[in-house]
Design a protein around this ligand. Structure first.
Ligand SMILES: [Zn+2]
Length: 194
């Protein structure tokens, strides 16, 4: 993989999940797809975020900060026990404070819609890429407060560290590939122990 390459994993996932999944695993090794400004730029474009100007190191730090907080919070709501999935040094309350810090500049705003109607919208107190991160943090808050047994899932495919949004109730894996690998692993375990 070239330095600024970012695997476009499961583009149908909601954006907060796609940010979480910039930590992924390949052949048993946990990888980080957000280590350079170039990777951040690639990732943003994959998610349909058109940067309004060149991204910098500060944007990268902010995106990583939000990503790590989201993974911590996702692990909490889905009771994730995969050891490689989350930075154990990050406390839940710290991650929550980070997320709430991101959403703080965002306020509900009522706008006129035609002569007689109003529409609830949001005002962002920041602009540029930071505004995109704030919007993403707001979306993440919605996602994390849905009933987790219905919505957010941790993939327990062998070696996998991804999260996914449960588009239907029985979905148990991030992908068909992980589902197959898990079935094969279960098959071998059964035969090894008999
Ligand atoms: Zn998986």
């Amino acid at each position: 993989m070239a330095a600024d390459d970012v695997p476009d994993l499961y583009p149908s996932e909601p954006r907060p999940v796609r940010l979480m999944n910039t930590i992924w695993a390949d052949k048993g090794r946990v990888r980080d797809a957000l280590t350079t400004v170039g990777q951040l730029d690639r990732w943003a474009r994959q998610c349909g975020i058109q940067p309004t100007g060149p991204l910098g190191e500060e944007d990268l730090l902010r995106a990583r900060e939000l990503r790590d907080a989201l993974r911590r919070l996702a692990a909490t709501v889905v009771n994730d026990e995969r050891p490689a999935a989350v930075d154990a040094g990050l406390a839940v309350d710290g991650a929550l404070a980070t997320l709430n810090g991101f959403t703080a500049p965002c306020a509900p705003e009522l706008r006129r819609e035609g002569e007689q109607e109003f529409r609830r919208d949001w005002r962002f107190g920041v602009d540029g890429f930071e505004r995109e991160l704030v919007a993403l943090a707001v979306e993440a808050g919605e996602l994390l407060s849905e009933r987790p047994e219905v919505r957010l899932g941790a993939c327990y495919g062998p070696g996998c560290v991804l999260y996914y949004y449960r588009s239907h109730a029985r979905r148990g894996w991030c992908s068909a590939g992980c589902g197959n690998r898990a079935r094969v692993a279960r098959h071998y375990r059964r035969h090894a122990s008999s």
